[in-house]
Design a binder for this molecule. Structure first.
Ligand SMILES: C[S@@+](CC[C@H](N)C(=O)[O-])C[C@H]1O[C@@H](n2cnc3c(N)ncnc32)[C@H](O)[C@@H]1O
Length: 277
C-alpha cells in the first residue's frame, strides 16, 4: 500500500556539491556568530555564492524535462518513502533521493542520441526516471531492459511508463540484477549502452559479467552512477560506509582493467563513462 504526501518533500543533500553547499552554509553561520573579520566573511560568502549557484544554473541552461518525466519526478517526491516496502523476505530502504533527476537524465538521453544506441540495459531502475529519459531518445525499433529487485517500485515505474509514448520500449525484469544479467548472457543478449545504478557493493560483479560474458557489445559504453559516492572514495577510508567501500573498489578495478578506457565526470554524485576498447 502506498502513502501519498500532500506536498513534495525536499531532497536531502546526497552529492559532493550539495553536501559542500550545506557545509559552507553552516560555516558562514559560524563565522557570523564568531564575528570574524569583514574580509574573511566576504571571502566565505563569495565561496558560498559560487558553490550554491552551480546546480540552479545547470537546470536553467539545460533543456527542460518532458511532461512524463516531470510527472514521474513529482510522483516520486510526493510518495511517503519513510514507509518501508518488502519483497516478502527482505525489507529494503527506498528514498526519493535515489532518483537521478533532470540533469543526469538529460545527460543520459544525449548519450543515447550521440552513440546511436538501440539496445540499452539499466541495472537499478527505482521509479524509472533514468530509464524513461533514455527511452525517450531511443528510436522506435530500439528497446531497453531495466533490472529492478523491488516489486513495489517496478509497479510504480510501470504506471508512469504507461503515461508516456516511449514507455512501451522498456521491459522490466524483476529479480536480483546479477540473476537477470546471467540470464541475459545465457540468452546471448548484448547491449550498446548500459547504465549501472543498483547495489553499490555489487558494481564490480555487474562490470565483470558485462565484459566477461559479452553483454556489452563491441564498441559499447557503460555509464555508472554514484562513482563519487558523496566524496567517500577520496575521503579518509575509515569514514567510508559499505557502499563507499564498494565504489572505491569498483573505481580501482575499472582503472586497472586494460580492456576499457574511462572518465569519471563530477556530474551529480559522479558519473563514470566507460568504453570497451
Ligand atoms: C539509486 S536507485 C536507481 C535510480 C534510477 N536509476 C533513477 O535514475 O532514478 C537503485 C535501485 O536499484 C535497486 N536495487 C538494489 N539492489 C538491487 C539488485 N541487487 N538487483 C536489482 N535492483 C537492485 C533498488 O531497489 C533501487 O530501486
Amino acid at each position: 500500500m502506498s502513502q501519498v504526501l500532500t506536498t513534495p518533500q525536499a531532497a536531502r543533500p546526497v552529492t559532493p556539491l550539495s553536501i559542500l553547499v550545506q557545509q559552507l552554509e553552516e560555516t558562514v553561520q559560524i563565522a557570523k556568530e564568531e564575528q570574524v573579520s569583514a574580509s574573511l566573511m566576504a571571502s566565505l560568502q563569495q565561496v558560498f555564492a559560487l558553490a550554491t549557484g552551480i546546480d540552479p544554473y545547470l537546470e536553467e541552461c539545460s533543456t527542460s524535462e518532458s511532461p512524463a518525466l516531470a510527472a514521474l519526478a513529482q510522483k516520486t517526491a510526493t510518495e511517503d518513502w519513510s514507509k518501508r516496502f518488502s519483497d516478502g523476505e527482505t525489507v529494503r530502504q527506498l528514498e526519493q533521493e535515489m532518483l537521478s533527476g533532470h540533469i543526469e537524465g538529460q545527460t543520459l538521453k544525449l548519450f543515447v542520441y550521440m552513440t546511436g544506441a538501440k539496445r540499452i540495459l539499466e541495472v537499478g531502475m527505482f521509479t524509472g526516471y533514468s530509464a524513461l529519459a533514455m527511452a525517450e531518445a531511443l528510436p522506435e525499433d530500439g528497446h531497453m531492459v531495466a533490472c529492478e529487485v523491488d516489486q513495489y517500485v517496478a509497479d510504480f515505474a510501470r504506471s508512469c511508463f504507461d503515461e508516456s509514448p516511449d514507455g512501451s520500449k522498456i521491459k522490466i525484469e524483476i529479480a536480483p540484477a546479477l540473476d537477470t544479467l546471467k540470464n541475459l548472457a545465457d540468452a546471448q543478449e548484448s547491449f550498446d549502452l548500459v547504465f549501472i545504478d543498483a547495489d553499490k557493493k555489487e558494481y564490480v560483479d555487474y562490470f565483470k559479467l558485462l565484459l566477461d560474458r559479452d553483454l556489452l557489445a563491441p564498441g559499447g559504453f557503460i555509464c555508472v552512477d554514484n562513482t563519487l559516492l558523496q566524496g567517500q572514495p577520496y575521503l579518509p577510508a575509515e569514514q567510508r560506509t559499505a557502499n563507499g567501500e564498494g565504489i572505491a573498489q569498483f573505481n580501482r578495478f575499472v582503472a586497472d582493467d586494460p580492456r576499457v578506457e574511462q572518465v569519471l565526470l563530477p556530474l551529480r554524485d559522479g558519473l563514470t563513462i566507460i568504453r570497451r576498447k
